[in-house]
Design a protein. Structure first.
Length: 510
């Protein structure tokens, strides 16, 4: 490989890190408090450091990999709200490195850069949130890289370990990709005419490696909580109740589109939602009809099958945040289609593909520049929190943080909106990070919350208004009435914020 190509991966990774850093920090180092799920996972990591364990002491419907990463980072540094932003920049940079590494083995020239350019603009518009989705995607892309130059015994073992790691972040995605790789090994055996014995040997090696890594990470927590409790939270709850709120099913795409402002959503939403199915259909057609791509077929099949497996997991919950996290394989394939989709004799078609690639690259670069500019020029309000000075883009959210910081102290017990806990250095008083409408919050969880509140008696809670819950569409019965009865008996409402959040203060010593 030529040296410029070797240098492309670290160069693009560095540029991606800088772009994400400038979206997560006001230069040079003031963190921007992004109101996303990453704060919830970081809070759970802090709870682990305080001695609590997932499944045993607090509810967790995912495997614990993300919580453990944040716990390790907090142990090595401090309980700072800037860590999730830095983690996201690092995850994006690692993803870019692997995208470029794979693209350099399939493509030539400027097309090697196309997956990265599309990624930092279109894709990261949808999800700059360091949650289990990105962690599992990075692990899966590492498995793809391990198998990219062939399915030898050592590479299959490494890929299996990466799948076990991915399943320790997102159990459904890891399982789906494991099935996808089994299908890939079956296809590869037919393509290489290597026989069924080698195929099943690869499947067995991958499966054993994945199970070992998964057991090492998850086993201690399963033993601590009990297999039944782990099974109820990690398997039963996602299957039966996760989709009972709109944001967790296909109904959530339109409200999410409406909630975003600006012109960028009119570009990025159609690209993210439409590109993947079109790309995968185009790749499978090309693999079936074209004889001049024989040498590319194993790598194309590996990327396509892995990408489809990840996409299939996201279909029941079509959030742009989730879809964005499974797009890296599709970006490589899109660059390949644009690079080699036309016959060498069809010069007009070739020029058309190049024009499309240039147009997409320019639009994606415009997206990232617009986002970086918006964060640097209009970072929002600066608020001094117990964990340090922070920029908060949303004025209403800044009001909540500022008021709550003035009425709490670090280490205080608290229950309510979980994104407040880590930045304000509070301690979560309940085993459930928040209450949801419909069947999403189970009756036994409500009882556990009330028991914890009575034991620890947090002096302040910041909650969504009851009307907000009542107007949220959700399937199943509403189980929150016992909580509201307890709330009205022991707390009084002392503040209603401009975004309708409510502050409730405990009455006397009740």
């Amino acid at each position: 490989m030529k040296r410029p190509t070797c240098l492309a991966a670290p160069l693009f990774a560095a540029l991606t890190f800088i772009a994400c850093y400038l979206r997560g920090f006001v230069f040079p180092r003031t963190p921007i408090l992004l109101w996303g799920d990453q704060l919830g996972f970081a809070t759970k990591g802090a709870r682990i450091l305080h001695g609590d364990l997932p499944y045993r002491d607090f509810f967790e419907f995912l495997t614990p990999g993300t919580d453990l990463v944040y716990a390790a980072l907090f142990y090595l540094t401090s309980h700072s709200p800037w860590i999730p932003n830095l983690v996201m920049a690092s995850l994006a940079a690692i993803t870019t490195w692997m995208l470029t590494w794979c693209a350099a083995r399939l493509l030539t020239g400027a097309f090697v850069a196309l997956p990265t350019i599309l990624f930092i603009g279109f894709i990261l518009y949808g999800s700059l949130d360091a949650t289990h989705h990105w962690f599992s995607t990075v692990a899966i892309m590492a498995a793809v890289c391990a198998l990219f130059n062939g399915a030898t015994t050592s590479r299959v073992l490494i890929a299996g370990a990466c799948i076990g790691l991915a399943a320790s972040f997102t159990q459904t995605k890891g399982a789906a990709v494991a099935i996808g790789l089994i299908l890939y090994f079956i296809w590869l055996a037919q393509h290489e005419k290597s026989g069924a014995a080698q195929c099943w040997q690869r499947c067995l090696l991958m499966g054993c490696s994945a199970v070992v890594i998964f057991s090492l990470i998850n086993g201690p927590f399963i033993l601590a909580a009990g297999a039944h409790r782990w099974f109820e939270q990690v398997i039963v709850f996602p299957a039966r109740y996760f989709g009972s709120v709109p944001i967790n099913n296909w109904h959530g795409a339109w409200p999410e589109f409406q909630a975003r402002s600006g012109v960028l959503k009119w570009v990025c939403f159609p690209f993210i939602y439409c590109a993947q199915p079109i790309i995968y259909i185009g790749i499978f057609i090309a693999m079936r009809r074209r004889a001049d791509i024989e040498s590319d077929k194993p790598r194309l099949a590996l990327i396509a099958i892995t990408g489809v497996a990840m996409l299939a997991v996201m279909l029941p919950a079509l959030s742009i945040r989730r879809l964005s996290c499974v797009t890296p394989p599709a970006m490589i394939l899109l660059a390949w289609l644009l690079s080699k989709g036309g016959s060498p004799k069809q010069h007009i078609a070739s020029r058309t593909h190049k024009a499309i690639a240039i147009g997409l690259a320019a639009a994606s670069l415009a997206v990232v520049l617009a986002q970086v500019g918006a964060m640097q020029l209009r970072p929002g309000q600066y608020v001094d929190l117990p964990t340090g000075r922070t920029a908060i883009p949303d004025a209403a959210i800044a009001e909540v943080y500022r008021w709550t910081a003035d009425h709490t102290h670090p280490g205080q017990w608290y229950f309510g909106l979980s994104p407040l806990i880590l930045p304000l250095a509070l301690h979560d008083a309940a085993p459930v990070e928040g209450l949801g409408p419909g069947d999403y919050t189970r009756p036994e969880q409500v009882s556990a919350v009330i028991t914890a509140l009575e034991l620890r008696r947090p002096p302040l809670m910041i909650l969504l208004s009851k009307e907000s819950f009542l107007h949220r569409e959700a399937t199943g019965a509403n189980h929150l009435q016992p909580f509201y009865s307890y709330l009205y008996q022991h707390y009084r409402r002392v503040k209603v914020f401009s975004n309708s959040y409510e502050a409730w203060e405990r009455v006397g010593g009740k």
